[in-house]
Design a protein around this ligand. Sequence first.
Ligand code: CTP
Length: 444
Amino acid sequence: MRKVITYGSFDLFHEGHYQLLKRARELGDYLIVGVTTEQYDEYRGKLNVMDSLMERIRNVKETGFADEIVIEDHIGQKLEDIQKYQVDVFTVGSDWVGSFDWLKDYCEVVYLERTKNVSSTMLRARKFNILRLGVIGTGRIAQRFYPEAKYVSGVNVEGVYNPHLDSAINYKERFGLKFGTDQTEEFLGQVDAVYIASPHETHVSYIRQALECGKHVLCEKPMALTEQEAEELHTMAAAKGLVLMEAIKTAYCPGFYQLLGIARSGVIGAIRDVEAAFTKLESPDSRELTDREFGGSFLELASYPLLAIVKLLGTDYTDLRFESIRDESGIDLYTKAYFRYKNSLATAKAGLGVKSEGELIISGTKGYIFVPAPWWKTREIEVRFENPEQNEKFFYKFLGDGLRYEISDFVAAINGNDKKEHKLRADESVALAGIMEAWQNARG
Ligand code: CTP
């Protein structure tokens, strides 16, 4: 019996997939089809797969060509499968020519001609109009945004707004956008959604204007500086059927998401303490360290540590207090926020003028999880126990600057393909604004 194996995502099952499977089956007597998991696709940098794994498997099954279906969930699995199932022929479409020649040591490798003019990517684009996105603000983070958005299908960054026209034009030219403007109405009229990366204190009014014009919003952290404003904005978005997402990239990245599952699984027992730090030295004359009202370590940097605390322990803390080291002008160079929950404690550290280890430690009754710096780009975690022989490390992909994950989830949410809304819920975003507000009240 001649066994053939092939692999794919088979998203939005189409004629190209059908023809590929048909011809693959004809190469032998028995066809095994490997279908990728969502996590593996994410790992491969293939974001925005729309159909669930079960739907994709069902579609492959319905062709009647597959004698057996396996799930592909890790790199290196192809070779394992070829040996395990004693495969004679490995085949994929001609878009992969050359990529699998190394398997020729183990079996025959056949590249089948790809069916013309159809692909999942094309169908995804056709199913939903390409989202026209506009960027508000042109600073450091906005500069990182454009290249990251390129990795996400279904979205095109069309234009940019900045109250200083020169900056808008510079950004437009740098990234080859369609337009750059200092007029908000003109800007909002040409986009379906906005990404806000302007100074913190301007977020709320931009969000309000965008929502009023029926635009979806992805807004940099901290989205709002008072609980009431955050609440109002989320309520307004929900009432208008628009997506409003706070852009804390860590919340959407695969490693952090997996970490939450592990921490909550009981493997370290009940969570009793969360300690999270984020420090980034800035020069004393930077905006961050001179803007007495909207700068300072906590407002600038605490969103990441607070995200970890709120995701792991929830929003019902019973006590919150702050300790800071300040410069002569009163701006906080370093702030620690201490939380008490019913049965646990948490600390968030943020520093623009004090450098510390950027680690996350989640302590439980049976063990703890250590996430080394930079924990907010979660690539590696270690579950540790009293007996170090039981320690276990896990590794994850965090591609590029990591903004692609939040952009991908934002687009998915707008397209109604939102299985990930829980990654940073509205009530959590409101709680984060409440903590920022508590800090401003406490610092005076
Ligand atoms: N395939 C094909 N002809 C097409 C599209 C895909 O023969 N028009 C083949 C691929 O070469 C691969 C298999 O079908 O062997 C599964 O491909 P997959 O990546 O799931 O499909 P694509 O449509 O290429 O997906 P995407 O656009 O997301 O890359």
